[in-house]
Design a protein around this ligand. Structure first.
Ligand SMILES: *Cc1c(COP(=O)(O)O)cnc(C)c1O
Length: 404
C-alpha cells in the first residue's frame, strides 16, 4: 500500500488525464482512518467523516468500505451518503441555519440529526415528540480553530444554540417530551490543541444531568493536519487518552456510559489529495517573478479565502536551483496561490503540484470566468480511476435557458 504518490506517478497522471487535475490517493485515506482506529482502541468512540470536505461518490464509497460513518452538512449530502450505501444509522446530519422542511426530509430517511436552533427544536418537538431521538448542537462560546473564518464556537458565531440558553432548551425538552440522545459541540477547524477538545468535554459534566436519555457526546471535527514541513497536527493519541479519561469520569460521576462522537473531515482526506497544475506563463519583473498556472481560485480557493498555505512543488524540475516565485492563477481578479515562494526553477510547461488538496479543494470549486471544473482521479492499490470527468463546454450552459 503506497501512501504517497511519486513525482513520476503524478506526471504520468497529468499526461494521461490532462491538467489541472485533482488526484486522491485512497490508500492514504485508509491509513488516516486506521490511525484513528488504532489510537482510539478500547475507547468508546465513533467517527463520522465530515463529507463536505470531499463528496465525490467514489470517495464516499471508499470511506464507507473502511467502516467509517458519515457526517453531512446538508440534506443533499445525506442523500449522497445513502446513495454511497451508508446505513441511515451511520449517517449524521449536523444542520445549521436550515428550514425545518429539510430536517423533516432527513428524518424521513431515519438518519441521526443534530438540531442547532431553538425554533427548529420546538418544531421538531411538536412533530416528533419522543418518537425520534435527536441531538442538540450547542455553541460553547469558546474561540478555537486556525483563523476566525473557520471558528464556529465563539460567542459571535451563528452555529449552535448558545449554551447560556440551556434553560430554554430544557423547557422545550420537557414541554414536548423530546428524546435527546446526544449533545454536539464543534468549535472549528484546524484545532491543534487537545486542550480545546478537553475544554469542550469538560462542559458536558454540567450538561449531562439535564438530559436523562443522553447516549453520545459529539466533540465535532477540526483535527489539524500539517500543511508545512515544520508543522505538526493534532496529537490524536493524546486526544484518545484524554477523551477516554473524560468518559470514565462521566461514568463514575453519573453511573452510565457515554459514547464520544467525532466528525473529522480534513484529517481523513486532506493529505490524500494533490492538485496538479501546469505553468502557462513566467513573467519577470523587477521585484517579482510570477509563475502563472492554468488554474485559479475557482479550483482551489483556500489560499485566497483563508490565506491557507499549500505546499507547492515543481515536479518537472525537482533538482533545479531554488528561486522565488509568486504563483498566480488565471482568474480575472486578484488570484494568488502563494507569494514569493521558493521553488525549484520554474519554466513554462512545468507541472506545479499543490499538496494537502484533498479537503475543501475541488469541493469549493466553481465555474467562475466560465472555466471548467477539473477532472478528479482516485488512485487505489496503485491503479488510477477517473472519478469525475473534466467539464466540457455544454456543462457551462446546462440549466441555462437561452432566450432569443
Ligand atoms: C466542517 C465540519 C466538520 C469538519 O471539520 P474539519 O476541519 O474538516 O475536520 C465537522 N463537523 C461539523 C459540524 C462541520 O461543519
Amino acid at each position: 500500500m503506497s501512501t504517497s504518490l511519486s513525482n513520476n506517478q503524478l506526471a504520468a497522471l497529468a499526461a494521461r488525464y490532462g491538467t489541472p487535475l485533482y488526484v486522491y490517493n485512497a490508500d492514504r485515506i485508509s491509513l488516516q482512518y486506521e490511525y484513528l482506529q488504532e489510537a482510539f482502541k478500547g475507547v468508546n468512540a465513533r467517527f463520522f467523516y465530515a463529507c463536505k470536505a470531499l463528496t465525490n461518490i467514489s470517495i464516499l464509497k471508499h470511506i464507507r468500505s473502511l467502516g467509517c460513518n458519515i457526517d453531512c452538512s446538508s440534506v443533499n449530502e445525506a442523500h449522497l451518503a445513502l446513495r454511497a450505501g451508508f446505513d441511515p444509522g451511520n449517517i449524521l446530519y449536523t444542520s445549521n441555519g436550515i428550514a425545518f422542511e429539510e430536517i423533516e426530509e432527513a428524518a424521513g430517511s431515519g438518519i441521526n440529526i443534530n438540531i442547532d436552533s431553538l425554533s427548529n427544536l420546538e418544531k421538531f418537538g411538536k412533530k416528533f415528540g419522543h418518537s425520534y431521538p435527536v441531538g442538540i448542537r450547542l455553541r460553547p462560546n469558546i474561540m478555537a480553530g486556525g483563523n476566525l473564518k473557520i471558528s464556529t464556537g465563539h460567542e459571535k458565531s451563528k452555529f449552535g444554540i448558545p449554551i447560556e440558553q440551556l434553560d430554554e432548551i430544557v423547557l422545550l425538552v420537557k414541554q414536548y417530551n423530546l428524546h435527546i440522545a446526544g449533545l454536539h459541540i464543534h468549535t472549528g477547524s484546524e484545532i491543534k490543541d487537545v486542550a480545546v477538545f478537553m475544554k469542550v468535554a469538560g462542559l458536558f459534566f454540567d450538561l449531562v444531568p439535564h438530559f436523562p436519555e443522553l447516549r453520545f457526546l459529539d466533540l465535532g471535527g477540526g483535527f489539524k493536519v500539517p500543511y508545512r514541513d515544520d508543522e505538526t497536527g493534532t496529537d490524536i493519541q493524546l486526544l484518545a487518552t484524554s477523551v477516554n479519561e473524560v468518559l470514565l469520569k462521566l461514568q463514575t460521576t453519573y453511573g452510565k456510559t457515554f459514547q464520544a462522537w467525532f466528525e473529522p473531515g480534513k484529517f481523513l482526506v486532506s493529505e490524500s489529495g494533490t492538485f496538479i497544475t501546469k505553468v502557462n506563463v513566467i513573467k519577470e519583473n523587477k521585484t517579482t517573478t510570477f509563475a502563472g498556472v492554468n488554474s485559479g481560485f475557482n479550483h482551489l480557493i483556500r489560499p485566497m479565502f483563508y490565506e491557507a498555505y499549500h505546499k507547492i512543488r515543481n515536479i518537472s524540475n525537482p533538482g533545479g536551483p531554488l528561486k522565488k516565485y509568486t504563483v498566480t492563477g488565471n482568474i480575472c481578479e486578484t488570484d494568488t496561490f502563494a507569494g514569493d515562494r521558493e521553488l525549484n526553477e520554474v519554466r513554462e510547461g512545468d507541472l506545479l503540484v499543490f499538496d494537502n488538496a484533498g479537503a475543501y479543494g475541488f469541493e469549493m470549486g466553481s465555474n467562475y470566468n466560465s472555466r471548467y471544473l477539473p477532472a478528479q482521479v482516485m488512485v487505489r492499490g496503485g491503479e488510477d480511476h477517473l472519478i469525475r470527468k473534466r467539464d466540457v463546454f455544454e456543462d457551462l450552459l446546462r440549466n441555462q435557458i437561452e432566450l432569443d
